[in-house]
Ligand binder design. Structure first.
Ligand SMILES: NC(=O)c1ccc[n+]([C@@H]2O[C@H](COP(=O)([O-])OP(=O)(O)OC[C@H]3O[C@@H](n4cnc5c(N)ncnc54)[C@H](O)[C@@H]3O)[C@@H](O)[C@H]2O)c1
Length: 482
């Protein structure tokens, strides 16, 4: 497989040891076993971490653009959540958000306007949770400030971009004992949750391989005519090769494969295709004189990365946001007893259903399985979620789950180690591409605790406890449907 390069070695074990030793001394939460001082620290204290119940959740949203605006409509359907703070650099975005709050019969939120105003929001006394829907360059600074200000923080994907940033988030979450969750909504997709359910019920047997992707033609987002387009995403893609958006395809597979909970991501190799699409598309559409014409794109049309897990399983992760092809997250999981795949949805079991390779295409049988083994969470809240909206409902289910967990004092579904193990692919895939697909180690952010960490359960929500009135919760504005 070629030489391994330990990109994880950029921050010392000494520092990590010191951080957790400090935690032990202050008694604030390194709960997993660790074997000693300075450099031999073991454990992932934020895995399984539950904060005291938060019956009333005071939410501050940083970045009320496309994603941040959608949050408002969704959480207004969830009793006990109050949007108390809105932050943006654009007064029009804040005004639109306030108008939506008013339409929903909610009080106006405190406004934080300006490029550095998020710092004040992260320190505000009346905010419990920061919902970070900013452009990528702000993801890490806002998370660090939020946790240091005593808030739980939820951040859009990818939540970090380098191995160092991932370690800093891990260490800050541990030191402050604040949740730091990546808002990977695709984990709550109907097929992703069905896959998880089938895997946990043993229907797929021993899982050996997974494939996930973000294949989404986004070329139009970089045209100036695109409503609300700020160009920031184009500039990020211009500046980086590798997979700059790995989490939609990968994180659901990680939960199904018990990554950080019995297995872990070990190393990767990554390969870029040529770059024929994006630049040509832009040049054909942008006015002469636009500085983005003729841009030297580092992002390839297709990036393919192969990951090996400690238990020997393999994962393919792809990224393509510039080709004229149908949307897909792939979501293939194969095991010793069956396989499941999406785009289009197909399923086969060795026993009884689709025993021959060609019965894979039996849409009627696949539909029956989809219905019968629907994840309990989708059974409970799926219809309501589809009505409220947000990527077919998964955004609402994600929000309902973290709200439910905080209100009930339960651990969140994804922790800072999940964030780190998957977001660090941004740097590692780029490095691998730059070095002829050389293998790069993926750091063990759990410091060995992955061996003993409990796998995720088949979780649900009690709508009665939440007080959600299904008739009251209507369709939320500004929801994305792709
Ligand atoms: N999970 C998903 O399905 C999904 C879908 C789309 C986008 N995203 C992610 O959501 C995030 C936001 O994307 P978007 O499409 O909403 O982008 P956007 O450009 O529409 O919104 C970003 C907002 O942040 C504001 N902003 C910029 N600088 C700021 C600052 N210094 N302080 C406060 N606000 C500032 C902008 O004015 C804008 O309103 C990104 O991380 C993106 O990757 C996730």
């Amino acid at each position: 497989m070629g030489m391994h390069v330990a990109a994880s070695m950029t921050r010392g074990d000494f520092l990590r040891g010191a951080v957790c030793t400090g935690l032990l001394a202050s008694g604030s939460g390194c709960m997993t076993a660790r074997s000693g001082l300075f450099g031999s620290v073991k454990g992932a204290p934020m895995h399984g971490f539950a904060a005291p119940r938060l019956g009333r959740i005071r939410l501050g949203i940083v970045g009320v653009g496309s994603r941040g605006f959608g949050v408002i409509g969704r959480v207004c359907c969830l009793p006990g959540v109050e949007i108390v703070a809105l932050c943006d650099i654009n007064p029009d975005k804040i005004a639109a958000a306030q108008a939506l709050l008013s339409k929903k019969g909610r009080p106006a939120a405190t406004e934080y306007l300006g490029t550095e105003a998020w710092r004040r929001l992260c320190d505000a006394e009346d905010v419990d949770v920061v919902y970070n829907t900013t452009p990528w360059s702000l993801h890490v600074p806002v998370q660090l400030a939020a946790m240091r200000g005593g808030k739980h923080v939820l951040t859009e994907v990818p939540s970090a971009f380098t191995v160092d940033e991932c370690w800093e988030l891990v260490e800050t979450s541990e030191r402050t004992a604040r949740h730091c969750m990546q808002l990977e909504n695709c984990c709550y997709g109907e097929i992703e949750m069905l896959t998880f359910n089938l895997a946990k019920l043993g229907m797929l047997g021993e899982i050996v391989h997974g494939e996930g992707a973000y294949i989404h033609d986004l070329r139009h987002m970089c045209e100036s005519e695109y409503p609300g387009c700020e160009y920031w995403r184009f500039d990020e893609n211009r500046a980086h090769g590798g997979n700059r958006y790995p989490t939609h395809g990968l994180v659901p597979l990680c939960l199904t494969m018990d990554i950080n909970r019995g297995d872990r991501l070990d190393y990767l190799v990554s390969l870029d295709s040529s770059k024929a699409n994006f630049g040509a598309y832009m040049d054909a559409r942008l006015a002469v004189g636009n500085p983005r014409r003729g841009a030297d794109m580092k992002m390839a049309d297709m990036n393919s990365s192969l990951l090996k897990t400690a238990k020997g399983r393999s994962i393919l992760v792809q990224h393509d946001v510039s080709s004229p092809r149908p949307y897909s997250r792939i979501q293939l999981v194969t095991g010793t007893k069956g396989a499941i795949c999406d785009y289009p949805f197909r399923v086969v079991f060795e026993d009884g259903v689709g025993t021959g390779a060609h019965e894979w295409y039996d849409a009627a049988r696949a539909g029956e399985i989809r219905e019968k083994y629907r994840h309990p969470l989708w059974k409970t809240i799926g219809r309501l979620a589809e009505r409220v909206g947000g990527h077919g409902g998964m955004d609402f289910i994600m929000d309902a789950r973290w709200v439910y967990c905080l209100q009930q004092g339960l651990p969140l579904d994804m922790d800072v180690y999940d964030l780190a193990a998957t977001s660090c692919l941004c740097e590692l895939t780029e490095k691998s591409v730059e070095h002829r697909s050389r293998a790069y180690d993926i750091p063990d952010f759990t410091r060995g605790a992955w061996r003993a960490n409990r796998p995720m359960d088949i979780v649900d929500i009690d709508l009665g406890k939440m007080g959600v009135d299904e008739c009251e919760a209507g369709r939320a504005e500004g929801q994305l449907s792709v």
